[in-house]
Design a protein around this ligand. Sequence first.
Ligand code: NDP
Length: 452
Amino acid sequence: MQSVNPATGQLIRDYPEHGPAECAAILTDVARAARDFSRTTFAGRARCMTALAELLIAEAPVHARLITLEMGKLFREAEAEVKKCAQVCLYYAQHAEAILSPTPVRSAVAESCVSFEPLGTILGIMPWNFPFWQAIRFAAPAVMAGNAVVLKHAPGVCGCALAVEDLFRQAGFPEHVFRTLLIPLDLVESVIAHPGVRGVSLTGSVRAGRSVAALAGKHLKKSVLELGGSDPCIVLADADLSAAARTGAAARLQGCGQVCIASKRFIVERPVADQFTELLTTAMSHYVPGDPFDPATTLGPMAREDLRQALAVQIKTCLDMGARLLLGGHAVEGPGFYHEPTLLADVAPGMPAYDEELFGPAAALFVAEDAQHALFLANDTPYGLGAGIWTADVDAARAMARHIEAGTVTINGMTKSEPALPFGGVKNSGYGRELSEFGIREFVNIKTLRVF
Ligand code: NDP
């Protein structure tokens, strides 16, 4: 497995894979650790989780450097990612016990209650776009619930995957409660099939989601899928257009556009379409590709050459089918996997920018006749992860939000995940929830106790 620096295209390091025997041995160790760990107290787990948060804060620049080297996001974005990981650790350190404490329920018998018990080993299959956050967002609740975890990370971020494993060890968690598996795809089924593994959480593409869901079904394991989106951002005629354009450009171009909950389809009401188009084009044009370690840079490289090529094909297909280019449109020549910020107009059904996720620095702009038409366009997608509405009439936006097919709706701001709020999608964006009380309850045995 190879880490390649996306800013230069140069190899950083080779990592030897775990073979089938080594993978099986790790799973045995983790299953044994899971049994002991399930009997530990919340207070003990919380002490380790708090220590993990402290380590993440103290060592943020070191880990951020690794993130930027392996997947190319701006160093300041990487530093913010590591610090956000500390927040999710602290959230579950502070709240897991209360969320999972046994709940008495009135029933037909003298005494009954519901408790939340650990399941065993949980597998996380994670992508490269937030190499620390995706791994820790998945692991922190699973571990605070008393499970052990194994992480199969994307092969380009092996350094990050091993660093996260090491952090759990340093924080005081027992050996094998968190293990990283450096395995190719053809070993994934053997991991899901392992009797100690009781669930799998995947963040990634729809293709990967279908495959993992099928394997989880075949082996009867619980699954949670977070599969990206093609998030609409509705801009109504009474909106603060400057704020919408500024925030929209920032949302779309963070992480070089490789963020599942970024606004990707801007849907603007006709009376303000020309004005908003100009504001958004200008705002996006201020993002200039450059060295992700340079504090002045606003747009880093994409994470891999094949991802850049896939984006180029999507853009070209749109243009060949009649879309109009308002900005950018091209890969940047020279070393590294840079791509210009790109804005498309006149996008219609059948085009990739309408039907698919554009996972790079490219957005599509649509004109809606009125709010109802905007709602139709927002929902006319196979995805349903996040959505945004910009308007001066927040009550009307609240009402509209009820009808948007998405896991999160944000009014007059940027969609972001945060530890206390559930995160996930509907339709092809997957199922199940991460974060909050809902996320930690995904991988527990919800046990009924009845006493006569
Ligand atoms: P993938 O979905 O292929 O990769 C994400 C993770 O899933 C990786 O660890 C990958 O491992 C694993 N994976 C892929 N296929 C399978 C499978 N059949 N069984 C088990 N695990 C699997 O994403 P890509 O990196 O190829 O990116 C492609 C597209 O996916 C993007 O353009 C974007 O649309 C979407 N995506 C969405 C993300 C999100 O945040 N929701 C994050 C990343 C991508 P391996 O790399 O070894 O195949």
